[in-house]
Design a protein around this ligand. Structure first.
Ligand code: SF4
Length: 290
């Protein structure tokens, strides 16, 4: 049986760096608070929890003081930094540099913009941590659009600046951008393509990969939106694609009648989990031969 792990799957550099910072800090102290899941993968969160990482939500964060908190790759709005300054919280800022740059662009764009009534539009998922961080740069004024059906939230007689959440799809972004340009009447529409290529480039790669195998095992945490999107792409290319979060979820029956298995995952899937899945498939295949 051919068993292959997709070399393009696994953590993006933003997540790798956040985990590196968490582990480095935990070598110097027993406990480190992390605002939100450091990565949308239950197995990896559990591994770091055993080392002393404690995941907290925003409600708890805004009651804390005199401690150290890690900000994950998704980034945070200015209010999180302000609270830390006022309450003696030392921040380990692991915001991905790509997200930081995007936050700056939105902030600078607003500050330098002489046209008072410009609308900042963000193509993204409502209440996603990264999107909350971006909306925070506009004092809560940005309009979040999840898909083209929500376009009526925009006033087409006022100037528009369009940005994207880094993990959204390029196709949807271009569709929205074209529609904004078409509908805007005599007002400027500035398009800022801020889709992260770490994710976008995985789409064509995963399409090619999925087509090469009889069975695809897509490994991801349930909470990862990037995981859901990439799995959907696998399924559209190869209907025999299965979503698993751990080796316990692999059904022996899936492997019984196939000669090739491709294993891939999201930007939040650890490499070692992909290897564990490959090893489990190898064991099943060996058992079937006996
Ligand atoms: S997907 Fe891109 S922007 Fe998001 S954390 Fe990874 S590298 Fe950074």
């Amino acid at each position: 049986m051919i068993i292959e792990i997709d070399k393009n799957s696994g953590f993006c550099f933003g997540v790798v760096e956040a985990i590196r910072k968490a582990e480095e800090t935990l070598q110097q102290q027993d406990v480190l608070y992390c605002l939100g899941d450091i990565v949308h993968n239950e197995a990896e969160v559990e591994r770091l929890t055993k080392k002393g990482l404690i995941t907290i939500d925003h409600e708890r964060y805004f009651t804390m003081k005199d401690t150290t908190v890690l900000l994950r790759a998704h980034g945070e709005p200015p209010s999180t930094y302000e609270y830390a300054r006022q309450n003696n919280i030392q921040l380990i800022d692991a915001t991905c540099p790509v997200v930081l740059k995007l936050q700056q662009r939105i902030r600078n764009g607003r500050e330098s913009d002489k046209i008072e009534n410009t609308q900042v539009v963000i193509y993204g998922k409502k209440n996603h941590a990264e999107v909350n961080g971006l909306v925070g740069q506009t004092h809560g004024k940005a309009i979040v659009i999840e898909n083209i059906d929500e376009i009526d939230k925009i006033d087409f007689t006022r100037p528009i600046e369009l940005y994207s959440q880094t993990t959204k799809d390029l196709e949807g972004f271009h569709l929205l951008a074209n529609e904004l340009k078409r509908k805007a009447i005599d007002v400027p529409v500035k398009i800022h393509d801020t889709v992260c290529r770490q994710v976008a480039n995985r789409i064509p790669a995963i399409q090619k990969f999925s087509a090469r195998f009889e069975l695809i095992l897509f490994v991801s945490g349930q909470k990862s939106s990037n995981g859901k999107m990439l799995f959907h792409i696998c399924q559209s290319v190869n209907p025999n694609s299965k979503f698993v979060s751990s080796i316990e979820e692999i059904d022996e029956q899936w492997i019984k009648d196939v000669d090739s298995v491709g294993i891939c995952g999201a930007t939040s899937t650890p490499k070692n989990l992909l290897e564990e899945v490959a090893e489990a498939v190898r064991q099943f295949a060996y058992k079937l031969l006996k």
